[in-house]
Design a protein around this ligand. Structure first.
Ligand code: WTA
Length: 695
């Protein structure tokens, strides 16, 4: 193997070969050598019909499909004519097959109070009963097949139940991350024409209550004013923090026409005989909103059979999942993100491997003897539950590095076999730390590259087959025809940076942007075509290169979205939030490198004269910065808080009036050699002007 040095780019020569399964405690690898991988990959893209027919055969069907694929680019129909149910494949079939008493979900709540963390175990039978009851309750609230149910919940077992209950009756779920603000709810509920919301009174995070119900109440009120009526809100009691405010009896509380029901009443009293609805392969399974380069998030649409087939395969192969073999899988992602959908829930439940779900944060409570904010909860969880596969994000790993090697060292991490990372490129230093201090140099690391849109992993090492290099997501998943091409669609040679595309359809691919055909076509299929046939390629919006061994190195987004702590944020979303503040006239948001978060947000802001006039004595100072940061948190959510706000008298623009983001990015990243203090943009606009003069 070789790694080619190239200008300006990371050179990484370390290679870690796969290890024999036995040394890690697996009886075998699903794919045990590079030759086997290469042969399978060639077959999977050369004869996709046979390959995917076999994979689909691992699922339980009510009616078999007639045809594997109908492809009229960019529209794919997979497993045409088949009937299937996602909840059945995750839950009921395991009960049918005699595994009803096995653990499906291990849940650990945020430790509140002195008694240690609350732990619950749900068997497949428990899940069957609870999803049936929840499904019956949803039906009683008028939810029908094809409706979209919005879910805005903390990481509690009822969240898993709610998602599966929707799938059970053929309603699509649209999960909104619990860290988002009311505005995110209104926007997504309207876009999805959703009439029912499932939430909780609150969620626990670092000992505080996240007021989910209050946010929903606010959203529902705003929605009613906009003419969108939410009929019902189903509320799990989790924190019981506000007895006065939440002291209503189920079904009696209202905001306008919206009725509120307690889960423990509506679900508890519902019958438990609610069968799984046979769904067409291409019926919608869920919407998941993701940030785009315009201000409005996109409702990424996934359908039933293709998503299931792809996610069961990727989960099984990437993590070498084996049912009944004592594995305990833990993905630390929130279910509000796609990682949680595919690799906390669906992928694990389908493969009948227990999945651990945790509520809270890694640094609460603080580790013994450490200051607040420094925690070892993850290592404690791994040791106590004997986690075998652990999957987390680079931003978390970098945080753990900062907290110190002694924290993981104190815990017994010997149960671990495979480590995974996801969400953004991992820097080799963090990869090595993960390898040494968590994997104790034994465990393979799978750096999984994928997107909300791809449904599951599209580039990842397979632990028994593919040697790893720190920072590379290595080779394409089976069935994925990935390439690095130029704007003309021509494949580039080793180490030439280009666009990451997928040239053939795959079952887990998005089927649309909900209600916006144009955005679907132009965002993903409008940029690159097959130079010979003109058929569009799927473009992921990431820049990448392949090295001489064919390994992919993802360089990051080339559109106006930023990955902050592994979460996608549209620059426009943050800008819209900023300009909705009375002080702000114009705002431009760019990403800048950050040691822990990967990227942080830097906002350039110009102020309104009217604000200055109305607020004599106030200046563009740190107090205003704090106000603006709090305002963004309130409008979008805490994860969108800018790290830096720079006030300016003007923003650099092109003649046609477009903000010159590249320039601002350079300023934010400190690329410019500016000798004066650059904390305000006035300083910079001088430089910008000078630069313009030079050109
Ligand atoms: C980035 C998260 C490098 C990438 C599953 C992609 C990665 C975006 C990796 C999708 C990785 C995700 N290496 N970059 N292993 N995984 N990305 O939709 O920029 O939240 O386009 O899905 O995350 O983010 P999303």
């Amino acid at each position: 193997m070789s790694a080619q040095p190239i200008d300006n780019l990371l050179v990484e020569n370390r290679v870690f070969p796969p290890v024999p399964a036995g040394t890690l405690g697996f009886d075998r690898w699903h794919i045990g050598s590079i030759d086997e991988y290469r042969a399978l990959h060639a077959r999977s893209v050369g004869d996709p019909e046979t390959f995917w027919r076999e994979e689909a055969g691992r699922l339980d069907w009510f009616t078999p499909f007639d045809k594997v694929l109908e492809w009229n680019a960019p529209d794919a129909k997979w497993f045409v004519g088949g009937r299937i149910n996602a909840c059945y494949n995750c839950v009921d079939r395991h009960v049918q097959a005699g595994h009803g008493e096995e653990t499906a979900i291990i849940w650990e709540g945020e430790p509140v109070g002195a008694g240690g963390p609350e732990i619950k175990r749900l068997t497949y039978r428990d899940l069957q009963v609870q999803t049936s009851k929840c499904a019956a309750a949803l039906k009683a609230l008028g939810v029908k097949k094809g409706d979209v149910v919005t879910i805005y919940m903390p990481m509690v077992p009822e969240l898993a139940v709610a998602i599966l209950a929707c799938a059970r009756i053929g309603a699509a779920h649209s999960v909104i991350f619990g860290g988002f603000a009311p505005h995110a709810i209104t926007e997504r509920v309207v876009d999805a024409s959703s009439r029912v919301i499932i939430t909780a009174d609150g969620g626990w995070r670092r000992g505080d209550v996240v007021p989910l119900l209050k946010n929903v109440e606010e959203a529902v009120g705003t929605l009613a004013n906009q003419g969108h009526i939410v009929n019902h809100v189903l509320v799990v009691q989790r924190t019981a923090h506000d007895a006065g405010r939440h002291g209503w009896a189920s079904g009696t509380a209202r905001i306008g026409p919206t009725k509120f029901h307690w889960w423990h009443d509506a679900v508890y009293h519902a019958g438990d005989a609610c069968p799984c609805e046979p769904m067409d392969s291409e019926d919608m399974l869920f919407l998941l909103y993701t940030s785009g380069s315009t201000g409005k998030p996109k409702g990424i649409l996934h359908t039933t059979a293709g998503y299931l087939a792809f996610v069961q395969m990727t989960a099984r192969l990437t993590f070498n999942l084996q049912p009944g073999a004592g594995q305990v899988f833990w993905c630390s992602a929130d279910i509000g993100w796609v990682t949680g959908h595919s690799y906390v829930l669906y992928g694990l439940l389908m493969n009948r491997v227990p999945t651990l779900m945790y509520e809270g944060a890694p640094n609460f409570p603080a580790a013994p003897g450490k200051p607040a904010g420094v925690g070892d909860r993850f290592w404690d969880i791994i040791a106590r539950h004997k986690v075998t596969q652990f999957y987390t994000a680079p931003t978390a790993i970098r945080t753990f590095m900062k907290w110190g090697d002694d924290l993981p060292a104190k815990h017994d991490l010997s149960s671990l076999r495979i480590l995974g990372t996801v969400g953004e490129p991992i820097n080799p230093e963090a990869w090595m730390w993960y390898h040494e201090h968590i994997g104790r140099k034994r465990c393979p690391i799978v750096d999984t590259y994928w997107q909300t849109e791809t449904g599951g992993h599209v580039g990842t090492p397979l632990p028994g087959a593919i040697a790893t290099k720190p920072g590379s997501c290595t080779l394409p998943m089976l069935g994925i025809d990935a390439a690095i091409v130029n704007e003309q669609g021509q494949e580039l040679g080793p180490n030439q940076g280009g666009l990451f595309v997928i040239r053939k359809p795959w079952p887990g691919m998005l089927r649309g942007v909900y209600g916006n055909r144009e955005r679907f076509v132009s965002n993903y299929w409008g940029r690159v075509k097959d130079p010979r046939t003109g058929v569009p390629y799927y473009f992921s919006a990431d820049g990448a290169r392949r090295d001489a061994d064919g390994y992919f190195w993802i360089q990051g987004r080339i559109d106006d979205v930023i990955k902050v702590s592994g979460h996608l944020l549209g620059t426009m979303e943050v800008e819209s939030a900023l300009v909705s503040h009375p002080a702000v006239a114009e705002a431009a948001v760019v990403g800048m490198p950050h040691d822990i978060k990967g990227n942080a947000i830097c906002a350039f802001v110009t102020l309104r004269a009217s604000w200055a006039a109305k607020n004599p004595g106030r200046k563009p100072d740190d107090d205003l910065r704090k106000d603006l940061i709090a305002h963004v948190a309130k409008e979008v959510g805490a994860l969108a808080k800018p790290d830096q706000i720079r006030f300016s008298e003007g923003l650099p623009k092109t003649r046609s009036g477009k903000i010159m983001r590249r320039l601002l990015r350079d300023v934010a990243c400190g690329v410019e050699k500016i000798t004066q203090d650059t904390t305000t943009l006035e300083d910079y606009s001088v430089v910008a002007k000078l630069r313009a003069d030079e050109e």
